[in-house]
Design a protein around this ligand. Structure first.
Ligand code: DX5
Ligand code: ZN
Length: 255
């Protein structure tokens, strides 16, 4: 089932709780949180304290997209803040496998992100350990940019690989997803749809989320199911498990 993940980057930061509530009423089922450090990307946004505040106002999964150097340094704090899903950039991780393990060891769902210029094939060895792959359809750093069409090939390729390898990861798309592009990304195979400007940009998140989801579901050939029926497999434990302290422990990532 396709899901909409409203990105709060384009929300009114003075009214985040209210804006998230509206996006949720419109059918959003995941909240996408863009964490930027002014180094990996030329912009600064939010960090663990804001994530902790968001945790108090929504039960939806908090999908934290880390656009930062040295993401490992922030994973424990994000776990304590109540993040559910953490995605790290292939381009920012010197030891990607270690970063993904660290996320899972902290009880969160690990995911990997690729920029538009990064080939899907670079991810082959870590695909079995991720909850989702996030395909950037703009260069990361800012909301409201124009969708880059060739990224549709990456979505398709990831779906083919998933079938060929017998894996279960989901495919998320982020950047320029709006009324005029959302059907294409769904037809290419994405099922987690991040949208910032198209949801919050004009101050009507509920209506915008509803309209986007309607278009996405039509493109997916899905009936207009109630968003309440979406169930994320297994509740995430926000506490840091004891396994954190064990180095080199064997990991089994549950999808
Ligand atoms: C961009 C962020 C996106 C951003 C998308 O670097 O990762 O999540 O919010 O914004 P739109 O949907 O406006 O392109
Ligand atoms: Zn993002």
């Amino acid at each position: 089932m396709v899901e909409l993940a409203p990105s709060i980057l384009s929300a009114d930061f003075a009214r985040l709780a209210e804006q998230i509530g509206a996006a949720e009423r419109g059918g959003g089922t995941v909240i996408h949180v863009d964490v930027m450090d002014g180094h990996f990307v030329p912009n600064i946004t939010i960090g663990p304290p804001v994530v902790a505040s968001l945790r108090k106002v929504t039960k939806l999964p908090l999908d934290c997209h880390l656009m930062i150097e040295n993401p490992d340094e922030f994973i424990p704090a994000l776990a304590d803040a109540g993040a559910d899903w953490i995605s790290v950039h292939y381009e920012a991780c010197r030891h990607l496998h270690r970063s993904l393990e660290l996320i899972a060891q902290h009880g969160m769902r690990p995911a990997v992100v690729i920029n538009p210029a990064t080939p899907v094939e670079f991810l082959l060895d870590v695909l079995p350990m991720v909850h989702h792959v996030l395909v950037m359809s703009v260069n990361p750093g800012f909301g409201g940019q124009k969708f880059i069409p060739f990224t549709l090939n990456k979505i398709q390729r990831l779906c083919q690989l998933r079938d060929q390898l017998g894996l279960q990861y989901r495919v998320e798309v982020d950047g320029g997803v709006a009324e005029d592009t959302i059907a294409s990304v769904v037809e290419a195979g994405a099922d987690l749809l991040v949208a910032g400007n198209a949801v919050f940009g004009d101050g009507h998140p509920e209506e915008n989320a509803r309209r986007l989801l309607r278009t996405a579901r039509a493109a997916a050939g899905e009936q207009s199911a109630s968003p309440k029926k979406v169930q994320h497999l297994q509740p995430v434990n926000h506490r840091r498990p004891a396994a954190t302290k064990k180095r080199n422990s064997l990991l089994r990532v549950k999808l």
